[in-house]
Design a protein around this ligand. Sequence first.
Ligand code: 1HN
Length: 372
Amino acid sequence: MAEANSFFDSQEVKDFNKELERFHLGPLWNAIPQLMPHQPKPQAVPYLWKWQSINAKLKEATSIFTPDRGGERRAIYLQNPGLYSRQPWGWASTTQTLYAAVQLIQQGEIAPSHRHTQNALRFITHGEGAYTIVQGERIFMEEGDYLITPMGLWHGHEHLGQEPMIWMDCLDIPFAYSVGGTFFEPYPDRIEKPSIPDNYSAQKYGGGMVRPIGDRVPSIAPLGAYKWARTQAALEGLRRFDPDPFDGYAVEYINPSNGLTANPNIAAWMQLLPGGFRSKAHRHTSSTIYHVFRGSGYTIINGVRFDWSKGDYFVVPNWAWHEHVNTSSEDALLFSTSDLPIMEKMNYQRQEAYEPNNGHQEVTGEFTPVLP
Ligand code: 1HN
């Protein structure tokens, strides 16, 4: 390699590379190691946001932002410290493909209807009494519910209850942005008016794994809300059997008219780790954003221990080794979103089990979260 180095270091080559720049041309011989590393080199880093911090800032935001002042949604997004340099205006997304935020809506507030090409989803973490209106259907939201608004569907929210409601939003904003597919359109009136009965789709699919015969022809969002009671029942059924060695007992939200992931580009899972459960480590090219719905424990990501408890959010970037541990005797429940459908469609999905030490990483450090 000495020869190769002297090639790169030679004045002749350096001068030539510099000269190319003037013409907006680039020398491949310089770029190939960065362009094509032997395996993925994620720019996103493993990170964790404590609920205590997010909640404190959301509460402060209630006086800073109101819908009449800001017009839009009171959402605070999770910025991955590794990704600031990717966006020209200094914004960082949560992973290279996904954006996640935590949104708070107060009594009487309206988040105006709009539609966009980005696929969106919500996971309800606190409160009740708000509805989201998707394509004329008012869907009332409760803790543990999972809701989807795939690309192109009108959606807005209004809070008719008393206590603030809080949920997680996740959209494929960075992915849409990077491929040049971003379109956004505000609704002509402030919020769409109902045109079909409230909670229509959840009633239509009240039977679970049977579908109305009219839905044999797949549609993009036949079911708008996945109620918590159903997800919980599915996990209770699964837990009588052996857990997945990497993910415990996990279910994926699917589109009941075609069996595919509920949202076209974003997979969402709910996973149950029983008390004391310890998974084995693996890594994959899809990246994941976790929300700790219940319980406490830690996840080791690339050798660093990330302690989590109820309400926290954390990121496992692509190709990072990770394993989960439930340190308590109670169940832990992790809701997660990932770009698995994108990676699968593009044929980039790879996964690898961690072989050394019976599948467990050595802990080389501990993450220190930022607290208020
Ligand atoms: C959006 O439509 C919502 O509907 C939340 O609540 C966050 C972030 C960027 C663009 C659209 C929502 C969003 C968003």
